[in-house]
Write a protein that binds this ligand. Structure first.
Ligand SMILES: [Zn+2]
Length: 363
């Protein structure tokens, strides 16, 4: 749900960097044992990529505390703290290993954005691929050399036993719970939703299933998507991603991988009309579209199962962008353009080109 992706920036550097990293070892996704292969997505709960995001998150918090020590307000996110009495506290040696890993992340990564930093994207993808390995240095098993910088490898391997003993069991359980909650809807509706969205954006859905790394912590937005390869990271603990909302988050993130044509069409229309390119209109459009496409599916599912969604008092389903107030916070004009000109296209009452042309000319 991060709002400022520039897919081209990330992909330009990635193609170059990928040349220098070793081959991927394939791992079975964690949705497989219970549900069999899902359509559209493969959902993973991987140890190393979770550890990486937790360290990044703690480093970021530490940096934030150092920059603004007076501000006590907590941002939405995940508190990576042991519940008092729930598990043994860290020993002095464990605490030291953990602290030094967090310090390393604070010094090297906390100021970089996981969505835009080529370095962080590359590290994330590598760690995802090596989820079945007990190490990432290849010291015991040459197939488990993730090819990451030696210092980072050392830091992660030193923090790994601490994470495995104290945090990972809870995080893995939360990830698998999240997967188990969303998987039946993906099985039932995934193919139909992917075809509908690809139609809307006048493009093709990726042939390969999209890898989704479910992590205790993702980024400030609760989820983000990087391209080439198209991969989604979603936080299983973020309150914004729970229950039926999980389905919308999945398809919103995946839409980042296929919505380039609509962004290009908006830019083309702006050039033709000599207008400045509206910042984030394309992103508001994919929020709006995913919400509208997912809404009836979830409402029907709710009815079929006799439940009521927590995000709407009257039942039905309130799309993410409405629920989280995104339109209210700066996208009000976009919302009315989308309702007025994009909705008719979604309803089959206007053409794609006309809808975009009218939105842009009304800006
Ligand atoms: Zn987004």
């Amino acid at each position: 749900m991060a709002r400022h992706i520039d897919p081209r920036t990330a992909s330009r550097f990635l193609g170059y960097l990928l040349l220098f990293f070793p081959a991927i070892c394939a791992a079975a996704p964690q949705d497989a044992p219970k549900f069999g292969p899902l359509p559209v997505f493969e959902l993973h709960s991987g140890f190393w990529i979770n550890l990486h995001h937790v360290l990044y998150h703690e480093a970021k918090e530490k940096l934030g505390a150092a920059v603004a020590p007076a501000k006590g307000g907590k941002k939405p996110g995940v508190a990576i703290k042991t519940v008092p009495g729930a598990k043994p506290a860290l020993t002095a040696a464990e605490q030291e290993a953990w602290n030094s890993a967090v310090a390393y992340y604070t010094a090297n990564y906390a100021e970089k954005d996981p969505l835009f930093s080529t370095e962080l994207i590359q590290i994330k993808n590598q760690l995802g691929d090596f989820e079945e390995c007990n190490e990432i240095s290849g010291k015991m098993d040459k197939y488990c050399d993730a090819g990451l910088p030696p210092k980072l490898t050392q830091v992660l391997e030193a923090a790994a036993p601490v994470y495995r003993a104290h945090f990972w069991p809870d995080h893995d359980r939360a990830n698998r719970r999240w997967i188990a909650r969303v998987a039946p809807l993906v099985i039932e509706q995934g193919t139909g939703l992917s075809e509908r969205l690809a139609d809307i954006y006048q493009t093709k859905w990726p042939r390969q299933r999209i890898r989704v790394d479910v992590c205790a912590y993702a980024n400030w937005a609760g989820a983000y998507t990087t391209l080439e390869p198209l991969r989604v990271t979603i936080s299983s603990l973020d309150p914004r991603n729970q229950d039926d909302e999980a389905l919308e988050v999945l398809f919103h993130e995946a839409s980042h991988g296929i919505a380039a044509p609509v962004e290009e069409a908006i830019i083309r229309q702006c050039h033709q009309r000599d207008k400045p390119i509206p910042r984030d209109l394309w992103h508001a459009l994919i929020f709006y579209t995913t919400g509208e496409v997912v809404r009836p599916v979830i409402a029907a599912n709710e009815q079929a199962h006799g439940g009521q969604n927590s995000s709407s008092a009257e039942g039905g389903y309130t799309p993410y962008a409405v629920r989280e107030g995104l339109y209210e916070r700066g996208w009000k004009e976009y919302y009315s353009l989308l309702e007025q000109f994009w909705q008719p296209y979604l309803d089959g009452r206007a053409s794609y080109d006309d809808a975009i042309a009218r939105m842009v000319s009304s800006l």
